[in-house]
Design a protein around this ligand. Sequence first.
Ligand code: AP5
Ligand code: MG
Length: 192
Amino acid sequence: MISIVLIGPPGAGKGTQADKLAEKYGVPHLSTGDMLREHVARKSPTGIIVAAQVAKGELVPDNIIMDMVRIRIACANCTEGYILDGFPRTITQATWLDAHGAKPLAIVLEVTEEIILDRLAGRERQDDKVETVKNRLKEYATMTSQVLPYYEQAGRLFRIDGNKSIDEVFAQIVQALEPHVSSASASTAQGQ
Ligand code: AP5
Ligand code: MG
């Protein structure tokens, strides 16, 4: 069982690295941002509720996100684990995941604001407007950064320099995770 969460400000490279980790470990990449954008695009009941918050770069309510993740991690292709990207973003979400999923290893991608703005300027997603990105940065600083001490105290936080190239960042992550991923998988297998 592999359970990894990717944390970091907007544009830190969570999605980029989650794709690579999913391929390496053969488990799905689950992005709560992508799930929400899909709901918004097809105007589902959830999409209608969250559309304005996603457009403004505000966090959507914990219960909506946790419901979405609960359904997704119960899917058959998640029995061997998953790479979560953009979840958890609050202490409530982090404690919920520890209680309802496999206790994850947490990767935080640390990137300077200058690099973030530069990377997002080169992308054309609906929620990459300047004001929205500013709000997403603010939400990260006020809410999501509180998740870091939670994982740090649990001894499950890995700080990665996300300012480097995609391949260099990936190499750092793999190096940091490797011993823990194998021992975590082994202990889960023994426990079952
Ligand atoms: P979400 O989609 O998660 O947005 P985000 O956190 O703002 O992050 P991004 O997806 O913009 O960036 P990323 O870190 O994935 O970087 P990427 O790999 O794309 O969330 C969107 C919204 O949904 C939130 O604002 C909120 O409203 C809601 N939401 C989602 N989850 C929630 C939750 N749990 N609770 C409450 N609300 C939630 O890379 C960015 C760009 O840089 C790309 O173009 C990429 O090619 C490039 N790049 C990546 N790495 C590198 C590198 N090392 N060098 C050079 N370029 C790079
Ligand atoms: Mg992303």
